[in-house]
Design a protein around this ligand. Structure first.
Ligand SMILES: C[S@@+](CC[C@H](N)C(=O)[O-])C[C@H]1O[C@@H](n2cnc3c(N)ncnc32)[C@H](O)[C@@H]1O
Length: 203
C-alpha cells in the first residue's frame, strides 16, 4: 500500500539521494549533439533545477515545477542561465494556462517518484501540456533501488508502451552511455512525439 511521500520533509532532512548536484550526463550529451531545445519547455518534479538550467538557453523558455517549497527555493538560489523559471506546483493540479503551451516536456526522475496508481494521470497531464506535435524527452529509471514500497518505482518497457503508446509515437530510444554512478544500464532515454487521439468509433 503506497503512503503519501512527504517530499518537503525529505528535502528539509537532507535525505535526497536523487540530488546529484549536476544535470543528468545523458541530457548534457543529448544537448551537445542536437543543440538546445527551442520554444517552451516544461520540467516536472524539477527538484533543485540542475536539468532546468542545462536546458535553458536564449532560444527557449524553460519552466520547472515542483511541489516541495525547499526544492523551489534552492532552484531559485542559483544564478539564472537565461529565462528559466521555477514554480511551486503539483503536477496533478496545474494552472489552466499551461494547457497546450509547451513544445517539449523533459522527464527525469518524476515518473518514478509518483505513485504508480497515478501513471495514467501523469500521461494525461503531459498530453494536456503539449502543443500538437510536441515532444516528451525522457529518461526513465527502469529498476531503481528502493525501500519496501518505494518511491522510486521501476517501470518496464512493456508498461511504458502501455501507458504512452496510445498518445505518443516513439521516435528514438537508447540506453544512455553516460549517467550518474550506479545507474549504468538501468535507464532508457526516449524521444516521444505527441500524436492525435484515435478516432472515436461509437458502437
Ligand atoms: C526523485 S526527486 C527528482 C528531482 C529532480 N528531477 C532530480 O533529478 O534531481 C522527485 C521530485 O519530484 C517532486 N514531486 C513529486 N511528486 C510531485 C508532484 N505531484 N508534482 C510536482 N512535483 C512532484 C518531488 O518534490 C521531488 O523534487
Amino acid at each position: 500500500m503506497q503512503t503519501q511521500t512527504d517530499w518537503e520533509s525529505a528535502y528539509q532532512r537532507r535525505e535526497t539521494p536523487w540530488e546529484k548536484g549536476r544535470p543528468h550526463p545523458a541530457l548534457i550529451d543529448f544537448l551537445a549533439e542536437n543543440g538546445p531545445l527551442t520554444g517552451e519547455v516544461f520540467v516536472p518534479g524539477c527538484g533543485s533545477g540542475h536539468d532546468v538550467r542545462a536546458l535553458s538557453d536564449s532560444g527557449n523558455h524553460v519552466v520547472g515545477i515542483d511541489l516541495a517549497p525547499f526544492a523551489i527555493a534552492k532552484a531559485n538560489s542559483f544564478p539564472k542561465v537565461a529565462q528559466e523559471e521555477y514554480r511551486l506546483a503539483d503536477l496533478f493540479a496545474l494552472p489552466a494556462e499551461y494547457a497546450q503551451r509547451f513544445d517539449w516536456v523533459f522527464e527525469h526522475t518524476c515518473f518514478c517518484a509518483i505513485d504508480p496508481a497515478r501513471r495514467q494521470d501523469y500521461v494525461e497531464t503531459i498530453v494536456r501540456l503539449l502543443k500538437a506535435g510536441g515532444h516528451l524527452l525522457s529518461i526513465f529509471f527502469l529498476n531503481p533501488d528502493h525501500d519496501e514500497d518505494g518511491p522510486p518505482h521501476g517501470v518496464t518497457r512493456k508498461e511504458l508502451a502501455k501507458f504512452f503508446g496510445e498518445r505518443f509515437a516513439l521516435e528514438r530510444e537508447w540506453v544512455p552511455a553516460r549517467t550518474h554512478a550506479g545507474r549504468e544500464g538501468r535507464e532508457l532515454f526516449r524521444i516521444l512525439e505527441l500524436i492525435p487521439p484515435p478516432p472515436h468509433n461509437p458502437a
